[in-house]
Design a binder for this molecule. Structure first.
Ligand code: FAD
Length: 383
């Protein structure tokens, strides 16, 4: 793998960095306190092509490779994970999945709008009683003539109240486990679909996370994404690639932690010298720096494998596991460098730690990533 970025990748990273410094970072703390990012950010992301990366231009996408996508998600994550998550879900989990599995009609119907930011997507897999064990979901899709009728509920859905389309997973036959699951593209304004925003999150407060309730929601049979009974494969293929963008977002958090720790250590003086000159403070900073580099390299490896058409699922689990745990460590170490001031929300370390904490939970917890890696290495499943 060549670690030197191409001209195009360097340019897109610069664009994302400048955009983040101008349009995101100055407002992130206020959005966190207000529990909502400014919705105009979605159109701005679309205008720059950040909601269409890797999607073919014929469908309104902005093309580019997965390394460019990782670079952009890192920069957005460095500014505000709440914004990064909007992209990772609407583009990473929804638009890219439509591009991979959709019919021509589905691609034409949704991709141009999703890539421009005119519409947002959300990913409805988790339910109140099935999180890690998503294959046992109970939302039902019953065939009635040319339609399916959907009933059930979904939990913790990112972009849930903002989305225009839900990539929804539901059981189409009585067979237990993942074989009975199919995927659907459900317009969010469908009669019978209600959405309730979940408040009081520890982090990612600027992001709209919602509970969805479906009661007699009717969609045409043509709303099914991928073959009947293959919904779990659709979900797992989305999540495998999605883990790369979560990992990249975590690199962004760790990099922001490093930047904040270095800046503070240079100006705060104790015992008559900047704390950066105390060896144990340098140790904290060195630990963050190693985490940033290691997480970034693991993430880039996944991007490189995807772009070369190689298998990447175990490497994506490895990157997501390491980068999410590293982001939590890095943010916690940065908070330590700030002493008591780190505990006050005027400084960025606290928000970085709160935002990082969910990364070891969603898109497969750290325990689930370990089981996936263990299964790949041993050939034996512990699920
Ligand atoms: C802010 C936020 C946003 C989210 N966004 C989305 C979204 O957009 N779409 C969506 O579908 N979901 C979303 N989720 C849901 C998320 O993916 C789930 O929370 C996650 O998969 C874990 O499921 P759970 O919360 O039910 O925990 P559980 O599955 O109940 O797990 C509880 C604990 O048990 C452990 N555990 C479970 N099974 C095993 C096992 N076999 N071996 C060892 N340990 C195990 C877990 O690691 C965890 O520590 C989001 C969650 C949050 C908090």
């Amino acid at each position: 793998m060549n670690l030197e970025l191409s001209e195009e990748q360097t340019a897109v990273r610069r664009l994302a960095r400048e955009f983040t410094e101008r349009e995101i970072a100055p407002y992130a703390a206020d959005w966190d306190r207000a529990e909502s990012v400014d919705r105009s950010i979605v159109r701005k992301l679309g205008d720059l092509g950040f909601l269409g990366l890797t999607v073919p231009e014929q469908y309104g996408g902005s093309g580019g490779d997965h390394l460019a996508y990782a670079l952009v998600t890192e920069e957005l994550g460095r500014g505000d994970s709440a914004v990064r998550g909007i992209v990772s879900v609407s583009l990473g989990l929804v638009a890219k999945t439509i591009a991979a599995w959709g019919t021509e009609e589905q691609k034409q119907a949704w991709l141009p709008r999703l890539c421009s930011g005119e519409a947002l997507g959300c990913f409805g897999l988790t339910e109140p009683d099935t999180g890690s064990d998503a294959g046992n979901l109970t939302t039902r899709a019953t065939r009635e003539g040319d339609e399916y009728v959907l009933g059930g509920s979904k939990m913790f859905i990112t972009n849930g109240t903002w989305a225009d389309v839900v990539l929804l997973f539901a059981r189409t036959n009585a067979e237990p486990g993942h074989r009975g699951v199919s995927a659907f593209l459900v317009p969010a304004d469908s009669p019978g679909l209600t959405r309730r925003e979940i408040h009081g999150k520890l982090g990612l407060r600027g992001q709209a996370t919602a509970e969805l309730a479906l009661d007699g929601v009717r969609v045409p049979a043509g709303a099914m994404l991928g073959p009947e009974g293959k919904g779990f494969s659709v979900a797992m293929s989305a999540l495998a690639k999605g883990r790369m963008s979560v990992a990249a977002g975590c690199v962004g958090i760790a990099q922001a932690a490093l930047d904040a720790a270095v800046a503070y250590a240079g100006r705060r003086e104790q015992f008559g010298k900047p704390i950066a000159r105390h060896q144990l403070v340098q140790e904290l900073i060195a630990d963050i720096s190693v985490d940033v580099d290691a997480a970034r390299l693991l993430t880039w490896r996944v991007a490189d494998l995807i772009d070369r058409g190689q298998s990447f699922a175990t490497e994506a689990s490895t990157a997501k596991l390491f980068a999410s745990e590293a982001a939590v460590r890095a943010a916690s170490n940065a908070l330590q460098v700030h002493g008591g001031y780190g505990y006050i929300d005027e400084y960025p370390a606290g928000k970085l730690l709160r935002d990082a904490r969910v990364m070891t939970l969603y898109e497969g917890t750290s325990q689930i990533q370990k089981l996936l890696i263990g299964r790949a290495r041993t050939g034996v499943s512990a699920f």
